[in-house]
Ligand binder design. Structure first.
Ligand SMILES: Nc1ncnc2c1ncn2[C@@H]1O[C@H](COP(=O)(O)OP(=O)(O)OP(=O)(O)O)[C@@H](O)[C@H]1O
Ligand SMILES: [Mg+2]
Length: 230
């Protein structure tokens, strides 16, 4: 479903060059629940940004749904993201002046979905993430864990091919973080949505059905975990 082939990415700041990814190859199959782990600076965020079409690789190819994402314009990439990719971030990134309902439904209104359909899908998802009745709350009126639940609903509203989550539990206490992992796994099973999430945290890795370990911009290890939690 998604193929990453010999992808390389460097950053240039002043006179120094940082090789963030030094040739990374793997395939993400539909329905996977996969973690990218590795120490700080190993290239996790860089890799998620490339798969999420937020940035372009220097070398190598990425195929999403059999489509090579190299020569597209910024506009075409934005459209691809809007339709096929959901994002969950470490700091939730909800829009502070929009209610929970509006944060979740925003992406659908951009895709010209009829109002009635938007309302139905949004209220269903609010219930699925355990926040029924909280549709009028603003982000600052919600706890961190509740905000991340809204972010997960927002990512799922367009029924994306894949949800990319960069350290989704890093700003949550361990109990709340574990609840978020359980929710993501429930959604993965229920909607067959593919999830790829980065982490430093062993608890988070324990939920992954497959674990890729990055080290210094290369894949050190790629293993399935038949006894994953959740
Ligand atoms: N925009 C940038 N400009 C310059 N260097 C960057 C940039 N983004 C990342 N890097 C460098 O690229 C390398 C990989 O960074 P990346 O953010 O992908 O690591 P990470 O595994 O996500 O780390 P962390 O666990 O701290 O989030 C690091 O050496 C980092 O300093
Ligand atoms: Mg990172």
């Amino acid at each position: 479903m998604i193929q990453v082939k010999n992808v390389k990415k460097s950053y240039h700041t002043g006179e120094t060059e940082v090789h963030a990814l030094r040739g990374v190859t793997f395939v993400i199959e539909k329905g996977e629940f996969m973690s990218i782990a590795g120490p700080s600076g190993s290239g996790k965020t860089t890799l998620l940004n490339l798969v999420g079409c937020l940035d372009k690789a220097d070398e190598g190819t990425i195929l999403i749904d059999n489509e090579i994402i190299h020569d597209q314009s910024k506009k075409e990439l934005a459209l691809l993201r809007r339709k096929k990719i959901g994002f969950v971030f470490q700091s939730f990134n909800l829009i502070p002046v929009l209610t929970a309902f509006e944060n979740i439904s925003f992406a659908l209104s951009l895709l010209n979905v009829p109002e009635k359909k938007i309302e139905e899908r949004t209220l269903n998802l609010l219930e699925e993430v355990g926040l029924k009745g909280m549709e009028y709350r603003l982000p600052h009126q919600l706890s961190g864990g509740q905000q991340q639940r809204i972010a997960i609903a927002r990512a799922l509203i367009k029924d994306p091919l894949i949800v990319l989550a960069d350290e989704p539990t890093a700003n949550l206490d361990s109990k709340t973080g574990e609840d978020i992992l359980k929710l993501m796994k429930t959604m993965n099973r229920k909607h067959k949505t593919t999830f790829v999430f980065s982490t430093h945290d062993q608890m988070v890795m324990d939920y992954a059905n497959r674990l890729i370990r990055l080290h210094d911009g290369t894949i050190q290890d790629d293993k399935t975990n038949p006894s994953a939690k959740g």
